[in-house]
Design a protein around this ligand. Structure first.
Ligand code: GUN
Length: 279
């Protein structure tokens, strides 16, 4: 029987701590503002944006919402980002991804001032993480580190296998685990002997976007299993990249889906916003 790593509970603790910090900052005359930009009306994006605004309200940060039409040009979006970069009252800027196809994602990410890059996607933020300098860290991998820390998982010297190499999760996750002194393997769709590599992991972090891909035979007895995936089936039931019922009896600790990694992403976004206020 694995111990369940409760992301809902841990994210609530973090948000309480941040609420306290913003209250202290308010007493010192500092009030934070996060600009949240959404282009178009993708329903999933709208849910994420709404949850981000709610979290801001909860911890005591103003959210400034920009709901732009689908036809917004890249220049119009860049002009808005330029104005927000120059506005001292705005501490963080977030452009919800994906943006419509006529807008180049890379150009938008590069336009956000690294000082306000609370998503941690700017090349300067990623570069700083790579060489161990201060900077914003992508929220999902930062949240996984918090889950492991607060669950007292020993990362120093652990064999950590990350399945997935995306810019948002896999790559920054590898850098963060290195920072914690883990021995890190990054596996992906071209990896040979994936099962054997996974079976060597003390900490297995799965972010491949394939529903219930990791079955019990990929897991070393006693491993800590972190599931980043989220999939909704035809009956609206959510599941992850890991086959939970098979993994749970083998692992020593495991994150559920929902209620594991998911809630941590917004908590760490709020953490980054508070950091942006104190810079
Ligand atoms: N779309 C999906 N995840 C994210 C995220 O973490 N940040 C932004 N800006 N867009 C996203």
């Amino acid at each position: 029987m694995a111990k369940i790593i409760d992301g809902k509970k841990i994210s609530a603790e973090i948000k309480e701590e941040l609420k306290e910090q913003t209250a202290q900052l308010k007493l010192a005359g500092v009030e934070g503002t996060l600009a949240v930009i959404q282009v178009g009306a993708d329903p999933a994006s709208s849910v994420y944006v709404r949850n981000k605004k709610k979290a801001c309200e909860y911890i005591g940060i103003r959210s400034q919402a920009y709901e732009l039409p689908e036809e917004t040009t890249q220049k119009e979006l860049l002009d808005l980002i330029g104005r927000l970069n120059a506005d001292d009252a705005v501490h963080g800027i977030l452009v919800q991804l994906p943006v419509p196809a006529h807008i180049e994602e890379k150009t938008i990410i590069n336009a956000i001032s690294p000082a306000k890059d609370v998503d941690g996607f700017h090349p300067e933020s990623v570069g700083s993480l790579t060489i161990g300098q201060p900077g914003f860290v992508s929220c999902t991998p930062a949240g996984i580190i918090e889950l492991l820390r607060r669950s007292k998982v020993k990362m120093d010297g652990a064999n950590c296998v990350i399945v997935g190499r995306s810019n948002i999760v896999g790559k920054p996750m590898a850098l963060l685990m290195l920072r914690e002194h883990a021995t890190v393997t990054v596996a992906h769709s071209h990896t040979k002997n994936l099962k054997e590599i996974c079976r060597n992991a003390d900490i297995l972090i799965v972010a491949i976007g394939k529903r219930e891909f990791i079955t019990g035979d990929y897991i070393k007895p006693g491993a800590v299993v972190i599931d980043v995936g989220i999939h909704r089936d035809e009956n609206n039931k959510l599941s992850g990249d890991v086959k939970y019922d098979e993994a749970e009896p083998i692992a020593s600790m495991i994150t559920p889906v929902p209620g594991g990694v998911g809630p941590m992403t917004i908590a760490m976004l709020m953490h980054n916003c508070v950091e942006a206020m104190t810079k």
